[in-house]
Design a protein around this ligand. Sequence first.
Ligand SMILES: NC(=O)c1ccc[n+]([C@@H]2O[C@H](COP(=O)([O-])OP(=O)(O)OC[C@H]3O[C@@H](n4cnc5c(N)ncnc54)[C@H](O)[C@@H]3O)[C@@H](O)[C@H]2O)c1
Length: 336
Amino acid sequence: MTILVTGATGFIGSHFCVQALQQGLDVLLLDNLENSSLKVLDAIEQVTGVKPNFIEADLRDKSQLTQIFSVNKIDSVVHFAGYKAVGESATNPLMYYRNNVAGSINLLEVMKEQAVHKLVFSSSATVYGEPVFNPYTEEHRKLPFNPYGQTKSMMEDMMADLCKSDSQFSMVALRYFNPIGAHPSGKLGEDPKGIPNNLMPYITKVAVGELAELGVFGDDYDTVDGTGVRDYIHVMDLAEGHVKAIEYLNNHKGYEAINLGAGHGYSVLQLVKAFEDVNQVKIPYVIKPRREGDLAAYWADATKAEKLLGWTTQLTINDMVRDSWAWQSRNPKGYN
Ligand SMILES: NC(=O)c1ccc[n+]([C@@H]2O[C@H](COP(=O)([O-])OP(=O)(O)OC[C@H]3O[C@@H](n4cnc5c(N)ncnc54)[C@H](O)[C@@H]3O)[C@@H](O)[C@H]2O)c1
């Protein structure tokens, strides 16, 4: 009953592997290491006491995938691998379609050929686009406004079509809201290359002195303090959502898209203040003009996850800021 985990050494994949190994699940880790480090494997071993099985491979190489599926007894797949930078996807869309869509088609084809029918996929709240209503339910229309979001939406549609075409398949697309935090041990965390695209790694890099100040884009939105509001979710809660999704797939057929979020939001300045209060570290920031494409506020309606998966978030904003800082302060240069 091996679970193949693609993108396993990345931020979310590595936390899922810890959660899965600690619950006695058998996972086979796959990554091309393009955006992650082999040192993650040592960290997983230190935390779980289990030496993970790892294969360095690229989803764009179908023959490599076929080989992996033919020599391992793979029962299901958790598919994290892909590119995730929204801005980069706008400047280099074909690279995103090639990796996130064509790479995923390879995976789906090999799964079909090898009769592996269960898949959990990392989708994103980005698929919804501009909110018609808030909080987003899974029925909210999909209208992503960048190539990254398009790749997620296309992959969801392919999964739904595949499940319609063959009733043996069972697949879940998990639409993540804003994953932050780190493993509470401080041994695993988010390690973006270069200047971070996301708020929390930016905050921790300011806290550690690598960046001088945080830019807050817009303080005139119609929100509690004028800054943008997002639904932050602790990466360990997110990881547990995947364990629950695998249990669900073992007992259900067909396709479902499910939001994974806390069901409420915090503003940029609320997150900064929580970070400062919990960690006793000052985060200098400057207000900058709004960024094109940024939304004022959105969060998840998380009731479907509770109903179908029996999952809700357990950890608070204070846990998220504490664990993010535990990781960054103990590893100022990430895994290097
Ligand atoms: N982090 C977020 O805020 C967020 C939000 C919504 C959805 N997601 C999705 O969740 C997934 C995981 O995100 P993450 O934050 O852990 O990203 P990450 O970049 O840390 O992890 C992705 C991993 O996939 C690997 N990879 C990329 N292309 C590959 C390929 N062709 N073959 C093999 N490995 C490949 C990378 O080396 C990396 O280790 C991604 O699909 C991302 O789009 C992330």
